[in-house]
Design a protein around this ligand. Structure first.
Ligand SMILES: [Zn+2]
Ligand SMILES: [Zn+2]
Length: 355
């Protein structure tokens, strides 16, 4: 007898739970066993007894929370089937940030894929998204409205370089989330041939080092020393989104405030944040990619975790795909939920706050 999807995965206050395997996926509170899709702090939290994740995600959690972030850890090799209790799990690339994975859970002939966060746009800093055919596809919907269409990231980075060329006496301060977005912007700049140093806010240093140690070429990335700020005319500086408006960024020569986020498509939001040069660079799927991905998985049922759930549920229903919103709380705080919430975890923020 085939299992019902809700026999394999159910919603609990801690997050999605698999009773047959006795584990949670991306739990928002400490649990006995967690399977973690990727290192963003809304998905990867400290304090679980056991954590299973890709090697890169485990390393990222170690950098953010310290080596004792979990009682025990287990590396999930991409593409390999692993038995966990009464189910089989398999991690596959999600194309979101370094080490990000979708988790397929299979039992009794039914396969559910928890995609975590994902994108289809090319990203030189992580493995591309892999379509995993499934019966139930679980997706987020951060940009789940037809108005959201992300442009080619190369064009966005060229805008930044054009501005640097136009204003050689000004510093360009780029707000970007410390995990994933910042390194992607750096890699895109290198792809465009920019070979000068990329100056980093202290909060980005350790994760950027981790990316480099994983073989991602980001070039010279010195940390900004307080005393050097005035000398950085014409330089590109990367900092957490929260720092683009504070005193930290004002110490640079005539700064041009830039912000790399999918939300920068909404000009009113860019103005609100005082962003002079919005860069529409998203680590999430836009509307077209959400819809295309759902179709490619062949899923007959879709669960939408958070974001603009209703539009996507409606779109699925119109195509004969069973769909429901999960209204899950605690997700979306990875720098692209809302520009105003685009702040890194407190730990990173405290890395350098002195003006
Ligand atoms: Zn994420
Ligand atoms: Zn997320």
């Amino acid at each position: 007898m085939a299992l019902r999807s809700t026999d394999i995965l159910t919603q609990t206050p801690q997050g999605l739970y698999c009773p047959l395997g006795d584990f949670h996926v991306d739990p928002i509170r400490p649990v006995a066993r967690a399977l973690v899709t990727h290192g963003h702090s809304d998905h990867a939290r400290a304090g679980h007894q056991a954590v299973m994740a890709t090697r890169e995600t485990l390393r990222i959690m170690g950098v953010r929370y310290g080596d004792d972030f979990a009682g025990t850890t287990q590396e999930a090799p991409l593409g390999a089937k692993v038995k966990v209790g009464g189910v089989t799990v398999r991690f596959s690339p999600a194309g979101h940030v370094l080490g990000s994975a979708q988790i397929a859970i299979e039992a009794g002939g039914t396969r559910i894929v928890v995609s975590g966060d994902y994108k289809r746009a090319p990203d030189p800093t992580c493995l591309p998204y892999e379509v995993v055919p499934c019966d139930v596809f679980i997706t987020e919907a951060t940009f789940g409205l037809p108005v959201f269409r992300h442009p080619d990231t190369r064009e966005e980075v060229r805008k930044l370089l054009a501005s640097v060329a136009l204003f050689p006496e000004r510093a360009h301060i780029v707000g970007a989330y410390a995990l994933g977005k910042a390194q992607r912007v750096m890699a895109l700049l290198r792809e465009e041939g920019y070979d000068r140093p990329l100056h980093l806010h202290g909060a980005m240093e350790r994760l950027t080092e981790l990316y480099k140690s994983e073989g991602i070429p980001l070039g010279e990335t010195p940390k900004v020393a307080a005393a050097d700020r005035a000398k950085l005319a014409g330089a590109i500086v990367l900092c957490p989104p929260s720092s683009i408006q504070d005193l930290w960024s004002r110490r640079f020569p005539d700064p041009v405030t830039c912000f790399a986020s999918g939300w920068m498509q909404v000009r009113a939001r860019a103005r609100q944040k005082g962003v002079e040069l919005p860069l529409v660079i998203s680590d999430h799927s836009d509307w077209d990619d959400l819809c295309a991905t759902i179709l490619e998985t062949g899923a007959g049922e879709v669960w939408v975790t958070h974001g603009q759930e209703d539009a996507l549920v409606h779109w699925c229903t119109g195509r004969g795909i069973k769909a429901k919103p999960l209204h899950m709380l605690g997700y979306g705080d990875d720098g692209e939920a809302e520009p105003d919430e685009g702040r890194p975890s407190g730990r990173e923020e405290s890395a350098e706050t002195a003006p």
